[in-house]
Ligand binder design. Structure first.
Ligand code: SF4
Ligand code: SF4
Length: 257
């Protein structure tokens, strides 16, 4: 895809969608409220305390209480490395239509780091109330188009993209009160999207990347006024990585998560 302009990328991706039996108007689209909900679910999975989130879209009110996990488990699978960029793949960006959601600070960080990107014309604002305190979200709608930050099959704001974009294969989910953090292809990826990623050996880089993502979640929590357990998760990861590196305890990929 290198060297293609936006129109050519659009045509290429329209072709991809048609190979999957879909058009831009028929593709699965996530509603804005669902995207906001996903974002706060990530936070609640590592939070220390319950919190409420309320907002309204087109006159419809949403109000949800998020609860913290009882415990948190990190799987050895998290230590595997992968790179969407190496595969030149960006299906997660366009196969399903959704909204990019940034918090005010995340957006400012992204604008500061990626100065050449054009953001304004695609951005809408939404207010949410977290524990009744107003917070600003910046929203980019790419339910019917290609995300404005994708060029040549790459994300141009990779290190400061929205949190839900950054976590495709670092899976954070909850089972009976325990948050599981692992690295697996999403079900929808393997069944429908045919994610080409092959996980590879554990590297310092893959460990650092996971820690970097968790710190982004922590920053998100700080901005929302929600305390998280990210420091203890990072400590767990660093201790386990030390055991693996020093081979005092071998990797166990047969774990259930
Ligand atoms: S912000 Fe980046 S990762 Fe997210 S949809 Fe756009 S191009 Fe993809
Ligand atoms: S997670 Fe898989 S399907 Fe999604 S962009 Fe990466 S390689 Fe592609």
């Amino acid at each position: 895809m290198n060297g293609l302009n936006k129109e050519e990328i659009f045509q290429q991706q329209t072709q991809y969608l048609s190979e999957y039996g879909k058009t831009w108007t028929q593709k699965t689209k996530h509603k804005l409220e669902r995207c906001i909900d996903y974002l706060f679910e990530y936070l609640s999975d590592v939070s220390k305390e319950p919190f409420t989130v309320s907002f309204s879209i087109k006159g419809k009110k949403y109000n949800k209480t998020f609860t913290p996990p009882i415990s948190i488990k990190v799987s050895d699978k998290l230590f595997q490395s992968y790179s969407c960029i190496d595969y030149g793949c960006s299906k997660c960006c366009w196969y399903v239509g959704y909204y990019n959601i940034f918090t005010y600070n995340q957006f400012s960080d992204s604008v500061l780091k990626y100065k050449d990107e054009k953001y304004d014309k695609y951005v809408e604002f939404a207010s949410v109330f977290v524990n009744s305190s107003p917070k600003q979200l910046m929203i980019q709608d790419h339910t019917n188009s290609i995300c404005s930050h994708m060029r040549e099959q790459k994300c141009m704001i990779h290190e400061e993209n929205p949190i839900h974009c950054a976590f495709p294969l670092m899976r954070v989910y909850r089972v009976k009160g325990t948050t599981m953090i692992t690295r697996v292809p999403f079900g929808r990826n393997s069944r429908y999207m045919k994610c080409p990623v092959k996980f590879e050996e554990c590297t310092q880089e893959s460990v650092d990347f996971s820690i970097y993502l968790l710190k982004r979640l922590e920053k998100f929590g700080n901005e929302m006024g929600i305390r998280t357990r990210v420091p203890e998760i990072i400590e767990q990861i660093e201790n386990r990585w030390l055991e693996i590196k020093c081979k005092t305890k071998p990797l166990d990929f047969k774990q259930n998560i």
